[in-house]
Write a protein that binds this ligand. Structure first.
Ligand code: BTN
Length: 243
């Protein structure tokens, strides 16, 4: 039986806002807000998320068994689910760039966003997922094109957005229901598909080092030039050893 229910919209500001409003009204876990396009799509750290028609843009409402302070776990879990479903359904060799990017051929194919929402009755997590599916990269502005890729350009065909969204949402609902106990296993699997571990990176244009592993929370551990370990809890990373 399907644990998710999809609600379709044409044009919205952001599916995140609609999902948050619904969560505040106590909607069921597994409700998914899907939009054809977003006027004000949101990416990480307040960046804009360009959402041309044809992409898979959606927000999923969860009631995960975690504390609000553990919200970062949802982002790694969701990224892993997106990466795995793209591998399973479309046979794409997707990889993960910490913390929330899904890459194909070292370019960004998808991203996830996690927001916690505490109501008086429950803790909700809203997981936003954007997958560049059925459009050409030419729909993106110049500054985005170089680091991004679309499934349609790569596969030379359109894919079924609805079944992709349903499968991803279902996978996230299933895996998040035991997020407390299965987190070590999620981190292990995340590491297996990581494009980041082992790379020389720069964080937010300031700190640099080699990414060596995830810690037990899912934060990134780097060693700097002096060999000291540092824990990175957030930030935008750039590879310095790109070939
Ligand atoms: C990122 O990689 O920066 C996260 C991108 C998340 C984008 C999705 S698209 C659907 C949902 N609605 C939004 O406004 N953002 C997320």
């Amino acid at each position: 039986m399907s644990k998710v229910s999809l609600r379709f919209h044409d044009v919205v500001d952001s599916t995140m806002e609609i999902a948050s409003d619904l969560a505040l009204r106590g909607v069921n876990e597994g409700t998914v807000i899907v939009a054809k396009t977003q006027r004000r799509g949101r990416g990480r750290s307040g960046s804009a998320w360009i959402s041309p028609e044809g992409g898979a843009w959606f927000s999923l409402i969860l009631k995960p068994p975690i504390q609000p302070k553990e919200s970062h776990k949802i982002v790694l879990l969701a990224g892993l689910c997106v990466c795995n479903v793209l591998r399973d359904l479309l046979e794409l060799n997707t990889m993960l760039r910490w913390p929330n990017d899904i890459l194909l051929e070292r370019r960004k194919l998808a991203g996830v966003l996690g927001e916690g929402l505490q109501t008086k009755d429950a803790f909700y997590a809203i997981v936003g997922v954007g997958v560049n599916t059925n459009f050409s990269i030419d729909a993106f502005p110049e500054w985005l094109k170089e680091g991004a890729i679309t499934a349609m350009d790569f596969l030379k065909r359109e894919i079924d957005n609805e079944s992709l969204i349903e499968t991803i949402a279902q996978r996230i609902v299933e895996k998040s229901s035991s997020l407390g106990e299965n987190y070590p296993q999620i981190l292990e699997e995340w590491t297996r598909f990581s494009d980041t571990i082992g790379r020389i990176i720069e964080i937010d244009g300031t700190r640099t080092g080699r990414a060596i592993r995830l810690d037990s929370e899912g934060f990134l551990v780097i060693t700097n030039s002096k060999g000291n370990e540092q824990r990175i809890v957030s930030g935008k990373i750039r590879y310095l050893d790109e070939v």
